[in-house]
Ligand binder design. Structure first.
Ligand SMILES: [Zn+2]
Length: 354
């Protein structure tokens, strides 16, 4: 192990004996009462010296090995240092470096996020619906290191689909799947695992995003629930973007739970859903900036789930409306009349009868 003060955090001497690593709450750590021997050891944590060499340095400047070990332990336990042995990314890997650093900071990993990014590279995410929002979610996930992102959309790219983070003008008129495939080929920053391709390899997705451009997405959601595939709903309706629910089949509330709760409050909700599917607006609204913000939030939820965190959109939705743009979270518990929780939760597969 070769200790290195975290290269993604700033290192600030508040005075000659107090070092602050990091700035923001939850990451920043302050080390006080540092004497010159400890300061010399800290200066030696450049990733060039292993522990034995740091002990040798400590001995030379008057810091006992136990003192050096204590300093290293405090820094690593606070997530303020990494092991330089694990920071060697593959050639041409610079595009993922900021994502790796971010993942490492979230996990307090001593490897600087290498294991998290390697795990993302082995994930497959299917994106159902690739309009203004869906295509941006797909591109963000690919760029963040998800190794296999598959877009499913039978439509054609329209002029109205063009956004800075999605399709370009040259894509207009192309099948969305083909245009998305070309864009994703450039976005993918992680090499998919050997023998794994974006073609149907029988493995199925680890996760799915539903960003319907037509209809309500309920049929796709029901199918994914039956298959036990975790999925996230995301869409913009009129002036509001809705991210969620993120459904973990058998373990969290599903889209049908939400619909049943809404129906309890408004008996006409099923009618609204039905008519929205049968008679969608002829010129639906979808603000460019709102679509980008919603896609970004959706991608953070997917990545949080894939990285092993409890995503905020589980048992809830995150909603943001124009003109304020301030996100708020709404909680949605399982509905007692929905059968999505009746199955074997340990198996993660819902037993749900339509
Ligand atoms: Zn349910």
């Amino acid at each position: 192990m070769r200790p290195l003060l975290h290269p993604a955090l700033s290192h600030t001497w508040r005075d000659e004996s107090t070092l602050q690593v990091g700035v923001t709450p939850g990451l920043a750590v302050v080390l006080g009462g540092l004497r010159e021997p400890e300061r010399a050891v800290l200066r030696g944590m450049t990733g060039a010296l292993d522990l034995a060499a740091l002990h040798q340095l400590g001995t030379e400047v008057g810091a006992a090995p136990a003192s050096v070990d204590r300093l290293v332990e405090v820094l690593f336990s606070a997530g303020a240092a990494v092991d330089a042995d694990h920071l060697t990314g593959s050639p041409g890997d610079d595009r993922r470096a900021p994502d790796r650093s971010s993942a490492g900071l979230q996990q307090h990993d001593a490897d600087g996020g290498t294991a998290v990014l390697d795990a993302r590279a082995r994930q497959r995410v299917d994106v159902h619906g690739a309009g203004r929002v869906g295509i941006q979610v797909a591109r963000l996930l690919a760029a963040a290191g998800v190794g296999d992102v598959v877009v499913a959309d039978p439509g054609v790219v329209r002029s109205a689909d063009v956004t800075p983070g999605g399709y370009g003008v040259a894509d207009v008129g192309l099948p969305r799947q083909r245009a998305a495939g070309r864009l994703l080929a450039d976005d993918i920053t992680a090499a998919p695992p050997a023998g794994h391709s974006t073609d149907d390899d029988g493995a199925g997705p680890r996760f799915a995003v539903l960003a319907p451009t037509e209809g309500t997405g309920r049929d796709d959601a029901a199918g994914l629930l039956r298959l036990g595939v975790p999925h996230l709903m995301v869409q913009v309706m009129e002036l509001t973007g809705v991210i969620g629910p993120l459904v973990i089949p058998g373990r969290s509330s599903c889209l049908r739970c939400h619909d049943l709760h809404r129906t309890d409050r408004d008996p006409h909700w099923p009618l609204l859903l039905d008519q929205a599917m049968r008679r969608p607006p002829s010129r639906p609204a979808c603000d460019t900036a709102l679509a980008a913000a919603v896609a970004g939030l959706a991608a953070t939820q997917v990545l949080a789930h894939l990285d092993g965190f409890a995503a905020s959109a589980v048992d809830g939705t995150i909603e943001m409306s124009l003109p304020s743009g301030l996100p708020r979270r709404r909680s949605w518990a399982r509905h007692p009349s929905c059968g999505c929780g009746w199955g074997d939760a340990a198996a993660g597969v819902a037993q749900w009868v339509l």
